[in-house]
Design a protein around this ligand. Structure first.
Ligand SMILES: [Zn+2]
Length: 358
């Protein structure tokens, strides 16, 4: 199992800094004496910022949850970072509005990298939940692509966004060659599976973003053993580190991997556990790597790797796959683990089906 403190989330400080700068610019504008009284009033009306209570109220109305910040966070509509931000400041950004509101209205954004026609924005690059929400918003005509996502959203823009969402826009199903997501979409269409929700869409996005990075031999073995992917975690689960939210689990008895965190690393981590089991790695080898080298790379691959030899290897392998630019430094700091990981990437290759010409 792999846990994460929060969803990939965003530097609040960045949002708050820009929000403060924006507020300062607004304050300066209102001080300029060249506006007539009417113009000033009009300007103040159109640029007043939406308040956190506005956002909480709308999400509560849509979801039937209590209109308080803790209830919305517990249900998954707000991240812990967003909760802290809303409690601290009297405004919030366009990015937060998009990320929180879309799922509340039943729109579950796909990873932004699947929409190459939408130009990414510099403040939230693809691979972040805010880029995902922005891409879905642009696709549905809810979001102006020229808006800077970190600016505080005005009350009038917030109201306009909510009104558009109330017309129930539908996000088109993403066309991919991902067999697990496609099978689930088919099951939804035939009424055999529940539609995507605030939990399952995160697991879906993790698998979508990670899929092409999963070593071919691992996937072939996964398929030949008839494993499945579940897009939400089993209900009974205890995080290995208190305070961390579980991100994924691999169940060998019931043959499935479950993920419920949009970070592609959650999927890669679980697949690494799966591969280590079916590769028949020796515990002695994994323990030796853990004891000799885990402390040298913990600052790069994260604290969860310090838990035990199994989590260390899953964290090392998932980080390696996701961050090719850091592979040389990992190789230098942890040569034994690198050798074991590279062996693991290919040891199951014999399961890759032989392609024949049609
Ligand atoms: Zn794990």
């Amino acid at each position: 199992m792999k846990t994460f403190k929060t969803v990939r989330n965003p530097s609040n400080s960045r949002i708050s800094k820009v929000s403060r700068i924006f507020a300062l610019i607004l304050a300066l504008c209102f001080c300029l004496p060249i506006f007539s009284v009417t113009a000033s009033a009009k300007s103040a009306k159109s640029t007043a910022e939406a308040k956190p209570s506005d956002l909480i109220q709308v999400v509560a109305e849509q979801t039937g949850l209590e209109p308080n910040i803790d209830a919305l966070m517990e249900a998954g509509y707000l991240s812990a970072a967003e909760k802290r931000h809303l409690e601290k400041y009297n405004a919030f950004s366009y990015a937060v509005a998009w990320h929180v509101l879309l799922p509340a209205f039943g729109i579950y954004p796909y990873p932004a990298e699947f929409y190459p026609d939408i130009s990414p924005c510099s403040s939230w690059s693809n691979g972040t939940v805010y880029a995902d929400a922005r891409a879905a918003g642009i696709l549905l005509g809810l979001v102006d692509p020229s808006i800077e996502p970190n600016y505080a959203i005005s009350k009038s823009d917030f109201t306009a966004l909510v009104n558009k969402l109330k017309t129930s826009p539908k996000l088109p199903i993403l066309q991919t060659d991902n067999p697990y997501v496609n099978a689930y979409e088919d099951a939804i269409a035939s009424g055999e599976a529940a539609p995507w929700d605030i939990h399952s869409y995160r697991g879906r996005n993790s698998l979508l973003s990670a899929y092409d990075l999963i070593p071919a031999g691992w996937l072939a073995t996964f398929q030949s053993l008839e494993y499945d992917v579940h897009f939400r975690l089993p209900t009974s689960r205890t995080p290995k580190i208190p305070g961390h939210t579980a991100a994924g689990v691999t169940n060998y008895a019931e043959k499935f991997i479950a993920v419920e965190n949009c970070n592609p690393r959650a999927t890669l981590h679980e697949f690494a556990h799966f591969a280590a089991k079916y590769a028949g790695l020796y515990v002695d080898d994994m323990e030796r790597c853990y004891e000799h080298e885990s402390s040298k790379v913990i600052a790069i691959i994260g604290i969860y790797s310090s838990l035990d030899f199994s989590e260390y290897l899953a964290e090392f392998a998932s980080y390696w796959l996701l961050h090719p630019n850091d592979q040389s430094i990992l190789r230098e700091l942890a040569p034994e683990t690198t050798a074991l990981t590279e062996y693991l990437f290919h040891v199951l290759d014999y399961n890759i089906p032989v392609k024949t010409t049609a």
